[in-house]
Design a protein around this ligand. Structure first.
Ligand SMILES: [Zn+2]
Length: 352
């Protein structure tokens, strides 16, 4: 009798893992090629690691991105899910699904199963950032040879010597600049950069590191945000110059997760799950309303430009701009309308 009792307990215990810790990935799905015209030839994705919505919307620190969101761009809150960690956040943004629970047992470091991503569906993607994020999407070079990466080790002494967290982001900005400079002498690279359906992904870790080390609202944190804001402005100009202002680049800034006042993330606090996003550039539907109202939940952000969404919605949104297949593991039903097409009208614009 005792043994039967133990047996039943073991079966029940295993069943929980079998039911809840199973990969949601369905294999062997064919990507669906969209038949609409692309709204942009290229997309630049900035992920400001650890930037919470409050730091962006309720303070004037990131003045450039705020002005873009309130003028020719759109902004909103991107709601993340728990665990509010870097890996599941990036998977939701770039692959469109919420991380496989079985990744927990692998310490979020290795891909438990292969999954599709925006980068995989692009013609070419260039990514820069911390190795543990970049590797999620570019590790298997046998199938990802069109994904180019440049990564750093954030624990390297170069970055920790003087606790200056802006160095992490400076590294990324400098590398992007070098790429475009190299293109002037490297014909092969130049040809690739002139291709369509390409993505640039900048993973900016400085804010997360500053949040952990110095906590949000501190002087160091604010300096890091200002540096990111300025850096994104410069990269945008660099790219516009390279492409002779052809108006075919879409830009998206968002974050993988937020940060508590005491410098942590991982759980479901509003400061951790609410991240900001700003979308601007080619194909972004302009606000037609002449009326402008301040959003009372924020510090002087314009309500008419706001459109909140869930983090995984960003994947089909970006895929739509480039007219590339939505990554096959994406779980999102597209109900948003931020892009501008000839057939578009403002009646599609719905607040959630
Ligand atoms: Zn992170």
């Amino acid at each position: 009798m005792f043994l039967i009792g133990v047996f039943i307990h073991v079966v029940f215990l295993i069943s929980i893992f079998d039911i809840y810790f199973k990969s949601p990935i369905v294999k062997n799905i064919k990507p669906h090629t969209p038949n609409h015209d692309a709204l942009a030839d290229r997309l630049v994705l900035f992920v400001v690691d650890g930037l919470r919505a409050e730091s962006f919307l309720n303070h004037s620190t990131m003045s450039y991105l705020r002005s873009v969101g309130n003028s020719n761009g759109r902004w909103g809150i991107s709601h993340t899910r728990v665990p509010t960690e870097s890996r599941p956040g990036h998977v939701a943004i770039i692959a469109g699904f919420y991380e496989d629970p079985s990744a927990v047992v692998k310490g979020w470091k290795e891909n438990p199963v292969d999954f599709d991503s925006l980068f995989n569906q692009s013609s070419y993607t260039w990514c820069w950032g911390a190795y543990d994020i970049i590797d999620i999407f570019s590790k298997d070079q046998s199938i990802n040879s069109h994904i180019f990466h440049s990564k750093f080790d954030p624990y390297d002494q170069t970055f920790s010597s003087d606790k200056n967290t802006t160095l992490l982001d400076r590294w990324v900005f400098d590398k992007v600049q070098s790429l475009f400079e190299n293109a002037k002498v490297d014909e092969n690279l130049n040809k690739k950069l002139l291709d369509k359906k390409i993505i640039f992904f900048l993973h900016l870790l400085g804010t997360d590191t500053s949040g952990h080390t110095h906590k949000p609202k501190t002087k160091n944190f604010i300096t890091t945000l200002q540096h990111v804001d300025e850096g994104i402005k410069n990269i945008e100009q660099l790219i516009r110059d390279f492409y002779n202002n052809d108006g075919k680049t879409t830009f998206l800034m968002t974050s993988d997760h937020g940060m508590t006042d005491w410098g942590s993330h991982g759980t479901g606090d509003d400061h951790e799950t609410k991240t900001p996003y700003v979308l601007w550039g080619a194909g972004v539907k302009q606000v037609e309303s002449d009326e402008k109202h301040f959003d009372v939940e924020t510090n002087s952000m314009i309500l008419e430009h706001r459109y909140d969404l869930n983090q995984a919605d960003l994947t089909p949104l970006m895929a739509s701009f480039l007219s590339i297949p939505v990554p096959v593991n994406s779980i999102v039903i597209i109900s948003l309308y931020l892009g501008s097409t000839k057939a578009g009208s403002s009646r599609h614009f719905k607040r959630k």
